[in-house]
Design a binder for this molecule. Structure first.
Ligand SMILES: [Zn+2]
Length: 196
């Protein structure tokens, strides 16, 4: 059986069988992937376990965004969870026969550790189908909305400058006008109200 070749300074970290490489929806879960400190190695196998092809993806070419290796849990075209790796000039997805997020999360953590030397924060692997980039964008959008709301609120916290204003009398709906903040007495029903 053909065997993958390791560099002198390379060692396997994690392996998985029962994997389907690429997005060939028709292909079976016959492949094997191996994570080393330098590569993700994809062994394409035939139905009888014979290795048909071996591809080496250098981890050095895996994108890192916001300190996170871009090995992500995404959905395949038929809606199955998959491990997707975003390389600088290429992307590659692998489905697992177990179908499990747990196994994909384990791979995400191991790849991130191999690439960045850091642990993924726990929340990075818990969500499905949401790219961390998209999540960060949504969070920064929420932050911007919050900031805008706070800025908009700020002037009303201080003294409101008096300005000509008009409102309906709360007692009889007659029009009242004057400077905002002043108390006026309605000429029709006698209700006193503060102009806003
Ligand atoms: Zn009135």
């Amino acid at each position: 059986m053909a065997k993958y070749v390791l560099q002198p300074n390379e060692a396997p970290i994690l392996t998985a069988t029962g994997v389907r490489g690429g997005d060939g929806l028709m292909s079976a879960f016959t492949d094997e992937i191996v994570l080393t400190n330098l590569h993700l190695i994809w062994l394409r196998k035939g139905m009888i376990g014979n290795v048909k092809n071996i591809e080496y993806f250098p981890l050095a070419l895996l994108k890192v965004i916001d300190g996170r290796a871009q090995a992500l849990l995404t959905k395949s075209r038929n809606g199955m969870d998959q491990l997707e790796l975003f390389f600088q000039h290429d992307q590659k997805a692998f489905g697992f026969q177990t179908g499990g997020k747990r196994e994909i999360n384990e791979w995400m953590r191991a790849i991130n550790r191999a690439v960045t030397g850091d642990e993924l924060p726990p929340e990075a692997t818990s969500s499905s189908g949401v790219l961390p980039g998209a999540k960060a964008a949504a969070e920064s959008l929420m932050g911007a909305v919050r900031d805008r709301a706070q800025r908009a609120k700020r002037p009303t916290l201080g003294q409101v400058p008096a300005a000509p204003t008009a409102m309906a009398c709360p007692g009889c709906s007659a029009p009242l006008s004057g400077l905002s903040g002043t108390v006026v007495r309605c000429g029709f029903c006698g209700t006193e109200s503060t102009l806003r």
